[in-house]
Design a protein around this ligand. Sequence first.
Ligand SMILES: [Zn+2]
Length: 373
Amino acid sequence: MNLDNAIVPIELIDGVINNIKYNKTIIDYFYKFHLEQKKLMEDGQEFLFNPDTLINNSENISFCNKYWLLDKYEIQKVKDYKRTNLCKNKFCANCKKVKQASRMAKYIPELEQYKDNLYHLVLTLPNVPGKDLRNTINHMSKCFRSLIRIIRGERKIYGINFDSWGYEGAIRSLEVTYLLDSYHPHYHVALVLNDDFMSKKNISNTYSFNYRTSIPELTKLFNKEEILIQKIWFLLVNNQRVTKNNIDSLDIGYSCTIDKFAEGHYVELFKYLTKEVQEDGTVLDYNNFKTLYISLYRLKQIQGYGCLYQITDDGDLEGLEAEYDILIERLREKENPEEVLETPQDLSKDKNYLLISRKSYFKYLRQINNNIE
Ligand SMILES: [Zn+2]
């Protein structure tokens, strides 16, 4: 019997243990935020969030992944992971990765059917201070809807025709990276377009260079479709009319790229909203935490359009795989399992049992962990 595909690697359990350590910071931040809001409430001042909700968040995170429920096969030395308690908090290091992995398990097969027609579009704009983040994100989502209407030819620009793009659908996913009080909200988009209509990348502009080197280094060239999107995105974000004249008279738009979709882009597309660390690798500080909590509150990260409209962000993945059922059946032919609860810390030390899981997202969790390192 081949258990290889179902084995939960030890690094993955250790990853969970690390996430739990990191979560202590978040738990403290929620507690501190709770105290601040409570003080405001008691002083009769205006407060943003219910202090009880904030303390509940901090408690839920502390229980996240605390125990794993397993079926233990004593004779065969196998432990079958069944479930754990997940807090689903957007700041939880465990839940972020589980969410990303379950999205990948769920949506990659759906996107694969458009494989030959899939493009990865990245839309950016200049960094904003924390106080402007929420408004900027709201504005971006309106601009994105307009951009889609333009690309699908519903909103016409006199003199520019998008018919050759053959738009069929899109998914957009928001990501916010940050360093101190400088926030960089941007979209990763999967677009279903005609196969091979893009022209050659042979145009350079200011976004072609890496300025971190002492002499700016030319790192990428753009095609005319990218330049067009850079300018249209700029005009939309700056509330200027999108006309051929305005496009032509604009020297430079915002940094945007379009590439044929590659394997690695799935990780980008389904990545969680924010990372646990700032752009320089240091853990988010309390101000980052508050800004992100306020700005991303109840925000929809992923939105599908056109033929990809069905791709939404709700529901967790609980898919069963036939192969796995056969495997469990064989284990059960020999013995009945005992249901046990164990901590990831104990599981990490256990060298006697083979830990397996039916959850297809474990496969992607592995990929995500590898990517981070
Ligand atoms: Zn969690």
